[in-house]
Design a protein around this ligand. Structure first.
Ligand code: NAI
Ligand code: MG
Length: 498
């Protein structure tokens, strides 16, 4: 039986949603709107005002005013922190409502949204709330060789960058909004957030909660719209001081070009093709479900998905068969069915992209141990799939698939596996499964990736920095490292008259 929706959720989706600019809910300047779909059925879920360049321009001007005139910029760090903390409280108070919106709009199982997306988002705001009062510079002793005997008092300040454009994807809609907003607000910036066109709902509800938490007008503006229009306008706008983007590597490169006009700062969290490595001495009780979770969590729609599974040759059949058995048992269905373990992909576009990769793997000679195609006729479901007999040059091995598809291959020694693990343009995540701690840490040091998990996978925490090496991105999110990406360092140097 399908979970009954909360009344607030019914009301939220049946009312056309607007843009948030300067604290006001407004129609798009063009008067246009677009539909967000339920990916389990392909039916329209809600209508949303569609932002474009003119709305971006208005939001940028509102954000600039909020940044320069206050009250936000004149607030004490403690007051700022308390507002951010209240956002976490309000997310928690509305957890069921947000989980239902997320499940409807993205397709993920409600139980996952309840257990992971929503609590992680609340926790991120609380973690960042604590940092608001702890943004510190240094005092620095100077030696200035050409000014012998002179005395100085020199120090650094960490100041907000200003107007931040944030463009986020659809795989963890609320959580990605939290990862972006939390550090930007803790450091005193103002934001224009563009949610993904596939999943705008939870960010719009979050915006209401942010206002309820006491956020002044214009500090957080939310502009749902398409990437090629609203997103591109935001990335190119001269009044934006920084762009933070999560999404495809392809669009990440477009953002870098667009940012060149005013040399705005850029941070990027992009694609991945993460290696997950199971050694001969791994505990099968944790490594097999761990390898399955690494790829199948969120239907494989994780930038960090463990999509290249490397298994020591002595354990290859056991591990691959084990992962395939788990894949076959996964119950696919609408996110709102209580027994669903995997929902649909987010869109028809993603369904076609992922099944296209499956066709390419098949035609290049890969073997489908299990899965290999679409599931059902309605909605955007794909069978959890395990591929073997691949070669390193196949598309399914080289490119990010972003679906529940893992390619498995065997390896024999440590040096070889480090080379194979790094044989990718990406460098986001990696997994290592072994009982030998020396081997684990030695390999962790050799892998060119922003996160290495040992005997676990997909462990995220607001305190743990996250981001990519190589073409997986620039900069880090979460942890105190995220604050660096949202502050400018000012050096102040005073000569003392002694
Ligand atoms: P995308 O990169 O096109 O979309 C992500 C965000 O960027 C969305 O908000 C979109 O509206 C915006 N965007 C798109 N084009 C833009 C442009 N020219 N300027 C500014 N913003 C723009 O990703 P898409 O098309 O949804 O998915 C394609 C592939 O991207 C996936 O198959 C997957 O491989 C990868 N991806 C990676 C994600 C990650 O978490 N790193 C998340 C989503 C997708
Ligand atoms: Mg795209």
């Amino acid at each position: 039986m399908t979970v009954a929706l909360e009344k607030s959720v019914e009301d939220f989706v049946t009312t056309p949603r607007k843009l948030l600019i300067d604290g006001q809910w407004v129609e798009a300047a063009s008067g246009k709107s677009f539909a967000t779909l339920n990916p389990a059925t392909g039916e329209t879920l809600a209508h949303i005002a569609e932002a474009d360049a003119e709305d971006v321009d208005r939001a940028v001007r509102a954000a600039r005013r909020a940044f320069e005139q206050g009250p936000w910029s004149r607030m004490s760090a403690s007051e700022r922190g308390r507002i951010i903390w209240r956002i976490g409280d309000l997310i928690e108070a509305h957890a069921e409502e947000l989980a239902q919106l997320e499940s409807l709009d993205n397709g993920k199982p409600l139980a996952i949204a309840r257990a992971a997306d929503i609590p992680l988002a609340a926790d991120l705001f609380r973690y960042m709330a604590g940092w608001a009062t702890k943004i510190e510079g240094n005092t620095i002793s100077l030696s200035v060789p050409y000014m012998p005997g002179a005395g100085f008092h020199a120090y650094t300040l960490r100041e907000p960058i200003g107007v931040i454009g944030q463009i986020i994807p659809w795989n963890f809609p609320l959580l990605m909004a939290a990862w972006k907003l939390g550090p930007a607000l803790a450091t005193g910036n103002v934001v224009i957030l563009k949610p993904a066109e596939q999943t705008p709902l939870s960010a719009l509800r979050l915006a209401e909660l942010i206002a309820e938490a006491g956020m002044p007008d214009g500090v957080v503006n939310v502009l749902p719209g398409y990437g090629e229009t609203a997103g591109a306008a935001l990335a190119a706008h001269d009044g934006v001081d920084k762009i933070a983007f999560t999404g495809s590597t392809e669009v990440g490169k477009l953002i870098v070009h667009a940012a060149a006009g005013n040399l705005k700062k850029v941070t990027l969290e992009l694609g991945g093709k993460s290696p997950n490595i199971v050694f001969e001495d791994a505990d099968p009780e944790i490594a097999i479900p761990g390898a399955a979770n690494a790829i199948f969590f969120n239907h494989g729609q994780c930038c960090v998905a463990g999509s290249r599974l490397f298994v020591h040759q002595s354990r290859f059949d056991e591990v691959v068969d084990g992962v395939a058995a788990i894949a076959r048992d996964i119950k696919l269905g609408s996110g709102l069915e209580p027994d669903t373990q995997m929902g649909p992909l987010v869109s028809d576009e993603q369904l076609r992209r992922v099944t296209g990769y499956l066709d390419s793997g098949r035609s290049e000679g890969a073997r489908m141990v299990t899965g290999g195609g679409r599931h059902g006729e309605r909605g955007y479901f794909v069978q959890p799939t395990v591929l073997t007999d691949t070669r390193p040059d196949m598309k399914v091995v080289r490119e990010e698939i972003f679906g529940p598809v893992v390619v498995a291959s065997a390896f024999s020694d440590l040096d070889e596996i480090a080379r194979q693990a790094n044989d990718t343009p990406y460098g986001l995540g990696a997994g290592i499964w072994t009982r030998d701690i020396s081997k684990a840490h030695a390999l962790a040091g050799k892998i060119r990736a922003g996160t290495v998990w040992i005997n676990c996978y997909n462990v995220f925490d607001a305190a743990l920095p996250f981001g990519g090496y190589k073409q997986s991105g620039w900069g880090r999110e979460m942890g105190h490292q995220a604050l660096e990406a949202y502050t400018e360092v000012k050096a102040v140097c005073a000569q003392l008259q002694t």
